[in-house]
Design a protein around this ligand. Sequence first.
Ligand SMILES: [Fe+2]
Ligand SMILES: [Fe+2]
Length: 417
Amino acid sequence: MPATTKKGKKAAVRKKDKKPAVQVRAEVGLKNKLAAQKARLQILETMEEIGRLLNSTLDEREVRKRAMESATRLMRSEVGSLLLIDPETQELFFEVALGEKGETIREIRLRPGEGIAGWVAQTGEPQIVNDTRANPHFFKSADEKSGFITRNMICVPVKIREKIVGVLQAINKKRGKFTPVDLEGFRSLADQVAIAIENAGLYKELKETFLSTAAALGDAIEAKDAYTGGHTKRVLEYSLVVGRRLELSQEELDQLKLAAALHDIGKIGIEDRILGKPNRLEPEEAQIMESHTVIGAKIVENIRPLRGIIPGIRHHHEKYDGKGYPDALKGGSIPIMARIISVCDTFDAITSDRPYRKGLHSDIALQELRRHAGTQFDPKAVDAFIAAFENGEIEPILYRNRPGPLFPSPSPEKAPS
Ligand SMILES: [Fe+2]
Ligand SMILES: [Fe+2]
């Protein structure tokens, strides 16, 4: 038997180990398939959680924030962003957080077709760009404005009932490149985001319609009382300014807005003879007039979503020293909504035309608020109103929707309390 040489031995081993090319290809294919399945599964798992998170809020800002966070997380990228189309200009706009803590937010706008995102929004074609610099659509200015360096990007359109409303993008994958499997997952995220955006938009519209109906109703009633039109809307806006200064929560502000819009709804039940009377009311007439607080609370009591605003309506004529009506509540036991509305209502009553006199100058109204702080009004609410006035937040509301020069110069006439 001839002795086997070293070289011959190696060749024999190689020959024995060498797999047929078909088998190698099949193995590689299987490995890739498995990796893709694993990636798909990971995306599905994350998607389930993200879907729940996205649909558990109806606040538009919160939806945008969660969409960006979800895009970053799902694509394992450095940054995610949601660009929305401005229906008026057709521009794409998005917010970027500048600085480590994101304390400065800046809005960046892209013209239609501008940049990769603009191109995706225009054509509706999703894009994976693994080398942004080599892409003819890449828009360097966005990087220059945000101080960010974009290496690669995945970008999909966000569609609500076939209409493109924006673009979702993830930038700079932390490891490797964006893949077709990523694109599948990112498209289903964009569908979820679209649903959340639509729901939040519908909810906002519903709230606005409800509020403007309430404000129109309030104004219609005020018109009977011969105030200058727009009293309700101004009281509503003043109240929000004061409420924000007193650091009310968003939920409290929403309640305050509705309570202010409907504070005098009870006047619907007061006879025109008394409501429209140009002179001072007789004691029994004044008593009937005062019942508008209780009537208002009763009307609202029957509307379940409005029950939370009853305190604002019932108590907006209480006085801080306990000498108001209908329940003679005192100080802090008067609901905060009512204490705020009371200040704003009085300011507007003094500065508005009445059947028997022209509206008085804002200086006089402010003097009155100061004079009655602690007796008629909550001093903190008065301070907040005056601070807002000095900061220029009140006058734009005061002058809105009123024709011509408004007030006669300050006169010594006694203002109503
Ligand atoms: Fe009132
Ligand atoms: Fe009022």
